[in-house]
Design a protein. Structure first.
Length: 339
């Protein structure tokens, strides 16, 4: 078996090994791992509400995973998905709250999404400019910009936009709210799953086409894999570095629509819950491939909600351990040298 074909099985082996390790930990807690597994699957895959919750979490993870995967093709590591998501969520909440209910949804929803994408895109592009103009490593800049975004949104919320005696903004207009999938008869009853799931799947497909079926994608990958050859061929590397960081931020911004327009209908403190950082794990598990981002996000969404569903029986931290072990095994497997 060649190293290339072996790499295809790395995520599968990693998930299986991490699951076995998780079952061993559950056994050490004094619980029956098969009983816990049964409850986990019944609370998710066998429940319309549970499956809706999994898909809701999966939706944002697809966007934040793509926000990491796209720059990675240019050998950029975007750690700033959390900050981009926060600023985008705040922009979506403020824009949506300013639009009157009489505004047609066919215009209100795109305007709210545009505000979110613009905020996230500009924040991501800023990191690209810092790298190109001043040589600041994007890992350092995006990490620091996460803290700045958290501070900025916290200040604006606390002193300017919070509803009195609360920690959230005013509710967005009904015209800006995304239709929920629970509106379908007997499907995902009561869950926050909404049509942004379709946007996430479409974005993943579009990202694949952009990267592997377009000239721009070829040149972007060339800049990442062979920067000297790309420069010799006249491909403007700096232009692509700034652009892909901006696109990544805009994609993370779309994830904010799932949280704001599809669920909370406002911006509130702590609403991102670290989903921007979870997107890094999703991208690593998917080897930064846009189409593999979808099952990887589904796996992490399953673990995140599943951990909550069986939290009365075992600590949720066990499922966080499974996620961490999965990523460590994927990294270790990909670091294996070809024979």
């Amino acid at each position: 078996m060649t190293f290339r074909s072996f790499r295809f099985f790395i995520p599968i082996v990693a998930v299986a090994a991490a699951a076995l390790f998780g079952m061993a930990i559950i056994t050490l807690t004094g619980r029956d791992p098969f009983m816990i597994s049964g409850k986990l699957f019944r609370a998710t895959l066998e429940s319309g509400y549970g499956m809706g919750q999994v898909l809701f979490k999966t939706t944002t993870l697809i966007f934040t995973g793509l926000a990491v995967a796209l720059p990675f093709k240019a050998r950029l590591f975007n750690i700033g998905g959390e900050g981009q998501l926060l600023l985008a969520a705040f922009a979506a909440a403020i824009t949506g709250s300013l639009l009157p209910p009489s505004f047609p949804p066919v215009a209100a929803i795109p305007l709210t999404a545009l505000a979110a994408m613009t905020a996230g895109g500009l924040w991501g592009m800023s990191a690209g400019i810092l790298k190109v103009r001043f040589g600041i490593n994007e890992v350092i800049s995006t990490i620091m910009m996460n803290f700045i975004a958290q501070a900025v949104t916290g200040y604006l919320l606390m002193y300017h936009f919070a509803v009195p005696s609360t920690e959230h903004t005013a509710q967005i207009s009904s015209a800006s709210m995304l239709p929920g999938l629970h509106d379908l008869p007997g499907v995902f009853s009561g869950s926050p799953a909404n049509i942004s799931l379709l946007a996430a799947l479409g974005t993943a497909a579009l990202s694949f086409v952009l990267l592997f079926r377009s000239r721009a994608g070829y040149e972007l990958r060339a800049v990442g894999e062979m920067p000297e050859a790309a420069a010799y061929a006249g491909i403007g590397g700096n232009r692509y570095l700034i652009a892909v960081m901006g696109i990544a931020g805009a994609v993370a911004g779309l994830g904010a629509m799932n949280l704001v327009a599809g669920y909370k209908h406002c911006y509130e403190t702590g609403m991102s819950a670290g989903i921007g950082f979870s997107g890094i794990a999703v991208a690593l598990l998917a080897a930064a491939h846009p189409l593999w981002i979808v099952p990887a996000a589904l796996f992490f969404g399953f673990l995140e909600y599943g951990g909550l569903a069986v939290g009365a029986y075992v600590p949720k931290d066990i499922f966080m351990i499974i996620q961490a072990i999965t990523i460590l095994l994927v990294i270790a497997g990909n670091a294996r040298k070809p024979l």
